[in-house]
Design a protein around this ligand. Structure first.
Ligand code: PLP
Length: 385
């Protein structure tokens, strides 16, 4: 049975072009980029090229990119590194709908004497910007707000947010792990100070990420023990991963508009057909300001996990709630923050597409979904008729 993969916000397939670029770095060009010899020197050139490719996608200087091991490390570095560099300030502002790679880090800060303010969202998952303005004060070191939500795909108005934060002596970080490679972004026209991204969300391999650090932003290193990344992130570089990330960014920069159109067409076809054919279901999140690849749909009175298991029987991969938190039966913190009723939050499914999906896959899934939903509804103790 062929796998139909609609779980691209959890992770993506590495692009063939990315793999080709990485291949020589395992057994031929395997030197240590820090070595003095020519063999090692050619590896540091590969890293330099990858840094340029990432910077080109983001519209920043290559010197503003630090390679990390993943989005989680980038987020930890951004939050903890900012606070370590501003020891007199004790307040952090974030949102209730962040990925745990930001939210858990912030909540842990409360155990260390920090005040953490979590901004709420409305029922469409949109942020209350007025509340943000009110909350910024002289004690605020950091505002960290995600670019796009991993569960609903809702995109926050980062330009408006940075306008509010700029000039207040506060560092602004955005977790753009789900946005990079899916929507265009130009840091040369933005006042974002720190931005996290992750390779495996944009068709590069797992185990590599990056943190953009605007020139002049004060940030203490999180990893100590070596001079790599200009002393900003110690540890021998994951050269194949970095080279793969560079190539993935080059591909994204070249194809982003064309791919967005295709992915959005497929996502909309899938979403509209499911909403039309399956009774008692609803879309979660702002329909307009959304990633082009994501749809999050609640099926009332049935368990998301049961839907996933039945989809799995047909070789269809999707996700209920955040992939990183599935395994727990708690309804998603994002849907709860949006006030989605318990009976709907439990029955939520996220389909997240990529450039590798086809119309045939969408049609097959659309054919199976009503069958699955009707079967589960008949078994539901909450449905009486
Ligand atoms: N931030 C967001 C918004 C994510 O969706 C994820 C992963 O799902 C992460 C951070 C963590 O990234 P990584 O898996 O590279 O650590």
């Amino acid at each position: 049975m062929k796998t139909i993969y609609f779980d691209n916000n959890a992770t993506t397939k590495a692009a063939e072009e990315v793999l080709e670029e990485m291949r020589p770095l395992f057994c031929e060009l395997y030197g240590n980029p820090s070595s003095m010899h020519t063999f090692g020197g050619q590896i540091s050139r590969k890293i330099r090229q990858a840094r340029e490719q990432v910077a080109n996608l983001l519209g920043c200087e290559p010197s503003e990119i630090i390679f990390t091991s993943c989005g989680t490390e980038s987020n930890n570095t951004a939050v903890k590194g900012t606070l370590a560099a501003a020891p007199d300030k004790r307040k952090v502002i974030t949102t209730r709908v962040e990925h745990p790679a930001v939210l858990s880090v912030c909540r842990d800060l409360e155990n260390h004497g920090y005040t953490v303010m979590e901004l709420g969202v409305d029922k469409e998952g949109r942020l209350d910007i007025a509340e943000l303005e009110e909350q910024i004060d002289d004690d605020t070191a950091l505002v960290t707000i995600m670019y796009a939500n991993n569960e609903t795909g809702v995109v926050f108005p980062i330009d408006k947010i940075t306008e509010l934060v700029a000039g207040r002596g506060v560092v602004f970080h955005t977790d753009a792990v789900q946005a990079i490679g899916k929507i265009p972004l130009n840091l040369s026209k933005s006042s974002i100070d720190l931005l996290s991204l992750s390779g495996h969300k944009l068709h590069a391999p797992k185990g590599v990420g990056a943190l953009y650090v605007r020139k002049g932003t004060r940030l203490s290193p999180f990893m100590l023990g070596g001079h790599q990344e200009a002393g900003r992130r110690a540890g021998t570089e994951n050269v194949p991963g970095i080279v793969g990330l560079g190539k993935a960014c080059e591909l994204a920069a070249k194809n982003i508009n064309e791919e967005n159109e295709k992915v959005k067409y497929l996502r909309d076809k899938l979403e509209n057909a499911i909403l039309q054919k399956c009774p008692q279901c609803r879309l979660n999140g702002d329909k307009e300001n959304r990633l082009p690849n994501t749809t999050n749909i609640s099926f009332e009175y049935i368990e998301g996990e049961a839907i996933l298991l039945m989809l799995d029987k047909f070789g269809i991969c999707a996700s209920s709630g955040s992939a990183c938190t599935s395994g727990s039966l708690e309804p998603s913190h994002v849907l709860r923050a949006m006030g989605v009723p318990f009976t709907a939050a439990h029955g939520s499914i996220r389909f997240s597409l990529s450039r590798y999906n086809t119309e045939k896959e969408v049609d097959y899934t659309v054919e199976k979904m009503p069958e699955i939903v009707n079967k589960l509804r008949k078994l539901s103790p909450f449905v009486t008729e």
